[in-house]
Design a protein around this ligand. Structure first.
Ligand SMILES: [Cu+2]
Length: 110
């Protein structure tokens, strides 16, 4: 790494907390749910409104994560593929897999 590049990295790190302050206290987090063995891991997740949830399919079979009320849907995820959704309202967001409706999960947003 050159001296100039190193300086840019340091400036970038120093600026990050300031950007967080400007954005306000409600900093959106990203939670991860892995789909493996025809199950969501974790199947129950607690988040804050505005957080993101990233689903990654570890199975060779395509899966989805689809909200029961249809507000969000990852679409079919092949092996190793991910999709992020945003939880924009409080409450229990139950979801399932469209090809395998026995696969169920819930995201609880407060
Ligand atoms: Cu499935």
């Amino acid at each position: 790494m050159t001296g100039i590049n190193r300086r840019l990295v340091v400036v970038g790190l120093a600026a990050a907390p300031l950007a967080t302050l400007i954005a306000g206290p409600a900093r959106a987090a990203t939670h991860r749910v892995r789909i493996k063995g025809f199950q969501y891991h974790p199947a129950e997740l607690d988040v804050s409104v505005g957080d993101r949830v990233e689903f990654t399919n570890m199975d060779s079979t395509p899966h989805t994560a689809t909200a029961v009320y249809k507000r969000w849907d990852t679409a079919q995820l092949g092996r190793g593929k991910s999709a992020k959704i945003v939880i924009s309202s409080a409450g229990d967001h139950s979801y399932y897999c469209r090809p395998h409706p026995a696969m169920k999960g819930v995201i609880r947003a407060r």
